[in-house]
Every structure is written in C-alpha cells, then in structure tokens.
Write a protein that binds this ligand. Structure first.
Ligand SMILES: C[S@@+](CC[C@H](N)C(=O)[O-])C[C@H]1O[C@@H](n2cnc3c(N)ncnc32)[C@H](O)[C@@H]1O
Length: 267
C-alpha cells in the first residue's frame, strides 16, 4: 500500500493545530464530543493513526475537551514510516511501542489477539482516500473489506467513529483550494490543497498538497486520491457491513466540510 505522507517529514505539522500536536483533543469535533460518553479505561483503537496525535489524545483523555478518559489507546496504520514517528512521539508520554501495529483496515481481521478486543475504533480522515490501485470502480469492494477488518476488532455493541468529506458541498463550491496554516514553535507551517475534481461527486478526485515552512524555506508536494461517495451511499455500505447508524453530523470547517458518523457493530 502507498504512503502519501512519507516524504513530508515535519511539514506534516501544517495540518495539526498546536492543541492536536500536544494531544489535547481529537481532530474531529463530533468525535471529541461523542468520546465524552465512553467510560475511562475502555480500549480504543485509532485504525489510521498516522503520526499518532489522536492516540496521544486518547491516552491523555482529551484534556482540552472535558472530563473524560483516559482510555487504553492503541494505534494502527498501513504506513510504517508514520508509525515510527507515532511510536517515538508517544513513548515520551508513557505509551509502550507495542500499542502500535502495522495494518491496513482490511488486515485488522487477521490480528488474532485484537479480535473483538476494542470498545471503540476511530477512523478519521482516511476511509474516503483511494490507495494505489483503487479507483471508483473498485472502491466499494475496498470499503467492504476495510469495514470487515474494523468490525473484526470491535466487540459486539462497540462503536466505530468515522468521517468522510462532503463531496456534494465541495462540488457546489467548485472545489476551491483548501489552505491550512498552523504555527509551531514560532514557525509557520502551511499546506495548500489544489483539487483536480472528477467528472461527478462520485468520481475519483485528486488533490496536490503543497507543504511549506515559510521560516525555514522547506517545501514538499504530495498527491492524494479520493473516491467520492454521498453520505447516504456510505450509510448504505455501513448497514450492509453490519453497523447501525447511531449519529451523523456535519463537521469540518466552512471551506472544508466533512460528515462524521457514529456506527454501532450489531452482529
Ligand atoms: C489524512 S491522514 C489522517 C491521520 C489521522 N487519522 C488524523 O485524523 O489526523 C490518513 C491516514 O490514514 C492512513 N490510511 C489510509 N488508508 C488506510 C488503510 N486502508 N489502512 C490503514 N491506514 C490507512 C494513512 O497512512 C494516513 O496515516
């Protein structure tokens, strides 16, 4: 599987607010609120943990959000280079390296000691991306396999929190460039998404992400591919995979709209 962020290094900070970098909160506002109802000590897996910021926030009990957690936090991702960063960052906060495993969503089904182990699985900002070899014709099968993998590690009755881009809203706005800027340690990090939209909201879309740190002059480019599916189409796929839809909310920023789902594993 591919790793669109492997050459980005510290420029990834452009996408993280200082609060997220410290692990004070999760990146999705609805997920932050929903987590307040999860009892302390529950086992939570971030199944696309990247550099580990949400795992750190779960381990710390999302201190910027409310009186919650802490939880037993675990992380997986298909990118070994991002996992290396995640293990190093979170070790300093007391998380053992064996809390992290390399796995795609689908391959979670083969991790025997994680079978039905988690109370909550998080999959933020990832299930709508199309890894190498996946396009609009093969995406639904890829999503089915991914949901099967995440369900395999959830206990019956456990919850999957996930989100998608709101493709219809993006199309209605004409796919304007998304610009994210964050300041870390006195330096300004910036990422500009330049969109190459597909023919319809349900097509394959691409975005070139131009990262820069104005202060140091570092620059990097990364290309991501996505498959657009409407919230109703996704809801149908979630039900077919054995999940009940418990919550569905518009999230994200005005210029970068998302839809977040709370799903319950029912069988
Ligand atoms: C945009 S980053 C989001 C990271 C983090 N979840 C967040 O919200 O900040 C997408 C992450 O999903 C991972 N990813 C994408 N598809 C995946 C898959 N099929 N299985 C496991 N990880 C995946 C990527 O490697 C990357 O770390």
């Amino acid at each position: 599987m591919d790793d669109a962020y492997q050459d980005i290094g510290r420029l990834y900070l452009a996408l993280l607010s200082p609060e997220r970098e410290r692990g004070d909160r999760l990146g999705d506002d609805a997920m932050n609120r929903w987590m307040l109802d999860v009892p302390p000590g529950a086992s939570i897996l971030d199944a696309c943990c990247g550099v580990g910021n949400d795992v750190l926030a779960l381990h710390r009990g999302i201190p910027a959000v409310g009186n919650a957690g802490p939880w037993n936090a675990f992380g997986s991702d298909f990118s070994e280079s991002l996992l290396r960063v995640a293990r190093t960052r979170t070790a300093a906060c007391g998380l053992p390296a064996d809390r992290f495993r390399r796995s795609s969503f689908a391959d979670l089904a083969g991790i025997a000691d994680w079978h039905r182990r988690f109370d909550v699985v998080l999959a933020a900002h990832a299930i709508y991306t199309a890894p190498d070899g996946i396009d609009e014709g093969s995406y639904d099968d890829y999503l089915r396999a991914s949901l099967h993998g995440m369900k395999a590690v959830l206990r019956t009755g456990g919850h999957l929190l996930t989100n998608i881009r709101d493709w219809a809203a993006a199309e209605a706005r004409g796919f304007p460039p998304t610009i994210v800027e964050n300041r870390h340690g006195g330096e300004i990090f910036r990422c500009r998404y330049h969109w190459q939209p597909g023919r319809t909201p349900g097509s394959l879309h691409a975005a070139t992400l131009a990262f820069e740190c104005r202060d140091s002059g570092e620059r990097a480019l990364s290309t991501l591919r996505f498959v657009g599916r409407s919230a109703d189409e996704m809801a149908g796929m979630f039900r077919e995979a054995g999940f009940r839809i418990v919550g569905r909310e518009a999230t994200g920023a005005d210029g970068d709209p998302f839809i977040t789902f709370m799903l319950q594993s029912v069988s």
